[in-house]
Design a protein around this ligand. Structure first.
Ligand code: NDP
Length: 327
């Protein structure tokens, strides 16, 4: 028997979340069984656990879009018992049993070998948020945004994706401008490496099709009006990576930044990202992440705590990264 956070739905449609003792017959099909040591809380997990977003496709479901642990059983030739692995996305924690449980079973093709620089805990301190931040930065680099190109803007800077993006971009020598709605996070963002901090209100209201050209690159987790305003304030040839919808799913923009300034909008999908790119992102994280800095913004929680922490994350009350201890 092992512990799992289970999201259940009653016949009248009410969702409830409990830590339950289950056995391996609860696990789905897959050729690798993993003893999960750590998972983390991502935005999507918080939507799933609180029921504030339609993330879970079938009930009951263990949420958790990522995990890191040790292979327990494998009939996949690429993995053997004892291998340390991590997983991000692929529908895990949405339509396939997720990482907020002491065991997981998945097709081996979904697993990434854990780079030796990481413990299972530090990998989950980054989690899908950190890996997505790295995918955004790789895309900026691929599109030719260098330190010399100009400032790089990061929205939702005190959240999971944003805080890691600030930390990594600063480490790479970029001039990082952080956008936050949380005045209290100023010092923290400066410690992570932000050179300037702007209030979220500057980007929240409808603006002009073209604003003053300021940013060479941008990592946007907000979407909605924020993304439209970010695009409008890019320098000629600037590159925006769009990965989130914290401000909304809509995109009330004009084509002006694209046709008059040659701005590029790059979509980032961490869930179905190909294997090669995942490995590249995790290897780059292994090279760039300052483990002490990461540790200083990581706190440990239990499966039981995850329910309360999920609401806090969505309400902007969670500080730093929350790793969920499962071992
Ligand atoms: P967090 O909740 O940790 O961070 C989101 C941050 O966005 C908040 O901390 C806040 O930052 C900011 N924010 C919240 N509400 C608004 C708003 N109305 N307008 C502008 N900014 C707002 O979530 P994550 O960092 O984990 O995820 C961020 C987004 O990225 C989510 O939408 C998530 O679904 C998406 N995502 C997408 C992935 C992909 O594959 N494309 C993978 C991972 C995440 P502050 O307080 O500093 O303003």
């Amino acid at each position: 028997m092992f512990d799992a956070l289970l999201i259940e739905k009653s016949p009248d449609g009410q969702q409830s979340v409990h830590v339950r003792q289950v056995d391996e017959t609860s696990l789905p099909d897959g050729d690798v069984t993993v003893r999960v040591e750590w998972s983390t809380l991502n935005y999507k997990d918080a939507l799933a656990i609180t029921g504030r977003g339609p993330i879970i496709r079938q009930f009951p479901m263990a949420p958790g879009v990522d995990f890191a642990g040790v292979v327990e059983k494998s009939s996949n030739s690429a993995f053997a018992p004892g291998d340390r692995v991590l997983l991000n996305g692929w529908g895990v924690g949405e339509k396939h049993w997720g990482g907020l449980a002491q065991k997981a079973r998945v097709p081996g093709e979904w697993l990434t070998p854990l780079p030796s620089a990481f413990s299972t805990r530090s990998a989950m301190a980054l989690g899908t948020a950190g890996y997505t931040a790295m995918l955004c930065i790789l895309a900026l680099q691929q599109q030719g945004v260098t330190r010399e190109s100009g400032p790089v803007l990061v929205t939702g800077a005190s959240g999971g994706v944003g805080s890691v993006a600030v930390m990594l971009l600063a480490r790479l020598g970029y001039h990082v401008v952080a956008v936050t709605g949380r005045e209290a996070e100023r010092d923290h963002l400066t410690q992570l490496g932000a050179s300037e901090i702007l209030p979220r209100e500057d980007f929240s209201k409808p603006g002009k099709p073209l604003e003053k050209a300021r940013w060479a690159g941008a990592v946007d987790v907000a979407g909605g009006q924020v993304l439209a305003n970010v695009c409008a304030s890019m320098k000629p040839g600037g590159v925006v990576t769009a990965c989130g919808l914290a401000a909304g799913m809509d995109f009330p923009a004009t084509v002006a930044p694209f046709i008059l300034r040659g701005v590029t909008l790059v979509g980032i999908d961490s869930v179905m990202c190909d294997h090669g790119r995942r490995v590249k992102a995790w290897d780059a994280l292994a090279e760039l992440v300052d483990m002490d800095k990461l540790d200083s913004q990581t706190k440990e929680i239990t499966l039981q705590d995850a329910v309360e922490a999920a609401a806090a994350l969505l309400d902007g009350k969670l500080h730093g990264r929350a790793v969920v201890k499962l071992d």
